[in-house]
Design a binder for this molecule. Structure first.
Ligand code: HEC
Length: 348
C-alpha cells in the first residue's frame, strides 16, 4: 500500500514537473492585451541562428536557446483588431533568476505588447519603473532598426573610438555622448515622476540623484562645446544646466520630507513647467536669448561625429529604470533584444 502510494506520488510529482515545464504562458495577463489560439511555435532553430543571435544580443547561445516561442493571435494596441502574432517568454538569469520577459510581435515586426514578471519587485512594480523601461524598449524597437542588425557592443566600440580620439573633436564627442546619456535618463525619470503624480504617488527621493549628477556634469561639459557654440553659448548652456540642477535638487528635498504631499510635488513640477520649464529652457526653439541656435549646431555635430544612438542598448540610448544601477535593467534589455532578434531571424 505504502509502495503503491509512493509510486503514485512519484508519478504525480513527475507528471507535475512536466506540466510546469510546458505550462502554457498566460500572455493575456503578462502582456495586458487580448490573445487567442496561443500554441508553441514549432520551428527548428539552427545552431547558425543561435550563434548569430547570440552575437547580436551579447548573451551565450544557451540563453537564446532558452527563449520559448509561441504563435497565435494578439490584439493591436488601443484597438479591437486581432492579428497573427508570435509570442516569446524569456526566462531570466541572475540576479533575477525565475523572472521572465514576455512580448508579442506581429508579422511585420511591430511589438504589440511587453511585460516583465516573476519577482516581487516586478510583479508589484510599485513605482511603475519597470513598466516604463519596457515601454522604452517597445518604442525604440522599430523593425527598421533591427534590420540593421546592430551587434551588441557596437555602442561600446563607437564610444571607444571617441575615447581614443585625442583631438578637439574627441573631447566634443565625449561630452555629447555623456549629454545624450543623461538626457535619455531625464526623459525616463521625469516621465516616471509625472506618471506617479497622476496616480497620486510620490517618487523615491534618491531617484533624483543620477539626474542631479548628470546636470552637474553637463554644466562642466558645456565648456567643451565652445568650439561649436562659442563661449557665450557654452556659458548659457552651463547656466541652464545649473538652473535645472537646482530645480531637481529642490524636487529631491521635497521628496525627502515625509510631510510632502502629492499636491506639493505637483505644484513644484507645475511651477517649473509653466515658466519656461526645466526641459523647455534648453529645448524650446523659440524662447529666450539662446534661441535654438546652439542646440541646432550641437545636433549637427552629433551627426557629423557619429555619436552613437538608436542601438537599443540599456545604459546608453535606453536608460536604466529609475533607481536601478543598471544591472537588472541590462538583463531585461538583453532578454527583450534576444526575443526580437530570434523572432526576426526565424521570420526571414
Ligand atoms: C541645460 C540644457 C538642457 C536641459 C535643461 C535639458 N536638455 Fe535635453 N538636451 C540638451 C542638449 C545640449 C542635448 C544634446 C543635443 C541634442 O540632442 O539636441 C539634449 C538632448 C536631449 C535628448 C535627445 C537625446 C538623444 O539621444 O539624442 C532628449 C530626449 C532630451 N534632451 C530630453 C530632455 C528632457 C526630458 C529634459 C528635462 C528633464 C531636458 N532634456 C533638459 C540640453 C538640455
Amino acid at each position: 500500500m505504502i509502495a503503491k502510494t509512493l509510486i503514485l506520488l512519484t508519478a504525480l510529482l513527475y507528471s507535475n514537473s512536466i506540466v510546469i515545464d510546458r505550462e502554457q504562458p498566460d500572455f493575456a495577463k503578462d502582456l495586458g492585451i487580448k490573445v487567442d489560439k496561443v500554441e508553441p511555435l514549432d520551428k527548428e532553430i539552427s545552431t547558425e541562428i543561435l550563434e548569430r543571435v547570440s552575437k547580436l544580443v551579447g548573451k551565450l547561445p544557451e540563453f537564446i536557446a532558452g527563449i520559448e516561442l509561441f504563435k497565435g493571435r494578439a490584439q493591436v494596441r488601443r484597438s479591437n483588431e486581432m492579428v497573427r502574432a508570435w509570442f516569446a517568454r524569456v526566462p531570466m538569469g541572475d540576479p533575477v533568476a525565475g523572472a521572465r520577459v514576455c512580448l508579442a510581435m506581429d508579422m511585420a515586426g511591430e511589438i504589440l505588447g511587453v511585460g516583465v514578471w516573476g519577482s516581487e519587485d516586478f510583479d508589484a512594480d510599485e513605482h511603475g519603473r519597470w513598466a516604463l523601461l519596457m515601454n522604452s524598449l517597445r518604442t525604440q524597437s522599430s523593425p527598421r532598426l533591427r534590420d540593421g542588425e546592430i551587434a551588441y557592443g557596437a555602442v561600446e566600440a563607437s564610444m571607444q573610438k571617441i575615447e581614443d580620439d585625442s583631438k578637439e573633436n574627441g573631447q566634443i564627442a565625449r561630452a555629447l555622448a555623456r549629454t545624450r546619456r543623461g538626457m535619455n535618463r531625464y526623459a525616463l525619470v521625469i516621465g516616471n515622476l509625472n506618471m506617479l503624480l497622476q496616480q497620486d504617488k510620490l517618487m523615491p527621493a534618491e531617484w533624483f540623484d543620477p539626474i542631479i549628477d548628470d546636470m552637474l556634469t553637463l554644466a562642466d561639459d558645456a565648456v567643451a562645446f565652445t568650439p561649436v557654440i562659442g563661449s557665450k553659448g557654452a556659458m548659457e548652456l552651463s547656466e541652464k544646466a545649473l538652473e535645472a540642477l537646482a530645480a531637481f535638487e529642490e524636487a529631491k528635498t521635497l521628496a525627502e520630507d515625509e510631510d510632502t504631499t502629492v499636491e506639493d510635488m505637483a505644484d513644484l513640477v507645475r511651477r517649473y513647467t509653466t515658466a519656461g520649464g526645466i526641459c523647455r529652457d534648453c529645448h524650446d526653439s523659440k524662447s529666450g536669448p539662446v534661441a535654438s541656435n546652439w542646440r541646432r549646431v550641437l545636433r549637427n555635430k552629433i551627426f557629423e561625429l557619429e555619436v552613437p544612438a538608436g542601438m537599443m542598448q540599456v545604459g546608453f540610448d535606453i536608460p536604466q529604470a529609475a533607481g536601478d544601477d543598471g544591472v537588472i535593467s541590462g538583463e531585461i534589455g538583453a532578454a527583450f533584444r534576444g526575443a526580437i532578434m530570434l523572432m526576426d531571424q526565424l521570420r526571414k
